[in-house]
Design a protein around this ligand. Sequence first.
Ligand code: UN1
Length: 508
Amino acid sequence: MQMVLQPLGIRPVNSGAGCGPTDGWLTGSGPERVSFSPIDGQPIAAVRQADGDDYEAVMARAREAFHRWRRVPAPRRGQIVRAMGDALRSHKAELGALVTLEAGKIVAEGEGEVQEMIDMADFAVGLSRQLYGKTMQSERPDHRMYEQWHPLGAVGVVTAFNFPVAVWAWNAFLAAVCGDVVVWKPSSKTPLTAIAVHHLIAPILERHDLAGVFNLVIGQGSAVGERMISDPRLPLISATGSCRMGRQVGMAVAKRYGRSILELGGNNAVIVCADANQDLALRATLFGAVGTAGQRCTSTRRLFVQRSIHDAFVAKLVKAYDQVTIGDPRAAATLMGPLIDGNAVDEMQSALAAARSQGGEVIYGGNRVDGVPGGFYVQPTLVAAANDLPIVQAETFAPILYLIPFDDLEEAIAQHNDVPQGLSSAIFTESLANAERFLSSAGSDCGIANVNIGTSGAEIGGAFGGEKETGGGREAGSDAWKAYMRRQTNTINYGRSLPLAQGIHFDI
Ligand code: UN1
C-alpha cells in the first residue's frame, strides 16, 4: 500500500483543505475521517476534514485569486492546464493505482480514468485559444454587434466516488481556461484521490504563483456542502451524484439565482434488435452492466431484446456473466472489483428483494461473493422484469441488469423512455431505419444516444449529461464550456447619429 501512497504524497493523516501550492494546505479543523479501501475494508489513511472556518479561508483565497486569474490571457491559462496534463501523464499509473485502492476499480479502469483527465486537459488547452463568440449583423447603420465570453467567478465542483478524479478534470480544466477558479468538494468516500491530484498539481501552482486558482475542501455536507450550495460567491455549482442530492443542490442554487450543472442518476438501456450484430451487443452489454461493478452513472441497467432472439441472447449473456472474474481489482485477471462499501451491498440486496416482491425473477447472480476478506464483492446479476416495476424505474448503483423482451421497436422506444432519468442509451441494429428512428426526435430522449456501442465509456469530446431527472447539465466537450462563462452582448456605434432599434423615433 505504501508503494501506492508514497509517490502521491499521501501520509497517515492528511489535511483536507487547501488552496493549491504545497504551503497552501490548511490544518483542517473538522473531524478526522478515515478512508477505507473497498478491496478489503482496511483503512488507507485519514483526512482532517474542513470546517466552516477552513471553508471561509479557502473561499477568501479563491476570490482573491479570481481577480488576478481572469486577467491572465486564456492561452496562457491553457499552458497551466497543459502542464497539469503532463503531470498526470507521467503519474498515470500511480494515480490510477490509488483510484483502484480507494474506489475499487480494476487497474485498466483506474488508469482509464486518469487518461480521461489527460484527454480533458488536451481538450481544454485547445479550447483556450478559442472560446469563440459570434458577430451579428446590426439592423442599424454604422453599428457593430458581437458577443464575448468572460470568466464567471469561483466554480464549486462537487464530485462522486465513482469517478473520483475524472469528473473534477471535466470541470476544473474547462473552468480554468475559461478564467474561473475552482473549489472542489470530493466525495467523502474518496478523499485521498483528490488530495493526490492536488499534490500532483501543487508544484505547477507554486511555480506560477497561482494559490487560490484550484482549491480543495473535503468536509461533511453540513460543514462544506451546504455552505457551498447557498454561497453567492460561487455563481456556478457543478454537481455529480444522485437525483436526490441534485434536487437539493438545484433548489438551493436556484434560490439565490445561481447557475448549476447537474449530472445525476441514469437508468440507461440498450435495445437489441433481431437484426443486430449480437457479438457486439453482447460485449457492449457486458462492459456496460458489469464494468466498474455497475457503478457508473452511464452503466447499462435495462436490456430490451427483441422477442425472436431474446432467449438465445440471454443464454449467451448468462454464459458471459459466468466467465466474469470477480475479486481483487489489482489482479490482472479481474474484470469486476468490489462495490464501494457495505451500504452499497445492502442497497443492492434490498433492490433485489424489491424486484422479487414486485414480480421480477433473478435469473443469474444475486449473491455476495468472497473476493478478498473484508471487501464488498457481489455477483453481477440478471433479473427478468417489466419496465414499469417501481424498482426498475429507480437507479440502483450496483451491477443489476433488468431484462425486458419486446416485439416491435416503437414499443421498445416508448418503454425505453418511460423512466424518470435520461442519461445514456444505445441501440444495436444493422438496419439504418431502426438506427435513425432511435436517434430521431421521436426516438431516445437521453442526452447520449449511441448506435452499435454501449451506454457507458463516453469520450470527452462530446458534451456529457442527460435530461429529465438526470438534471440537464452538460460537462466536458463540445460547447459545455459556455456554462462556465458569462456571455456579454456588445453593440458599438461608430457613426454620428443615434438610430434606435425597432425603428423607434424618440427625438425632441
Ligand atoms: C459517471 O459515471 O459519473 O461515459 C461518469 C462514461 C464515463 C463517465 C461516467 N466517461 O461512462
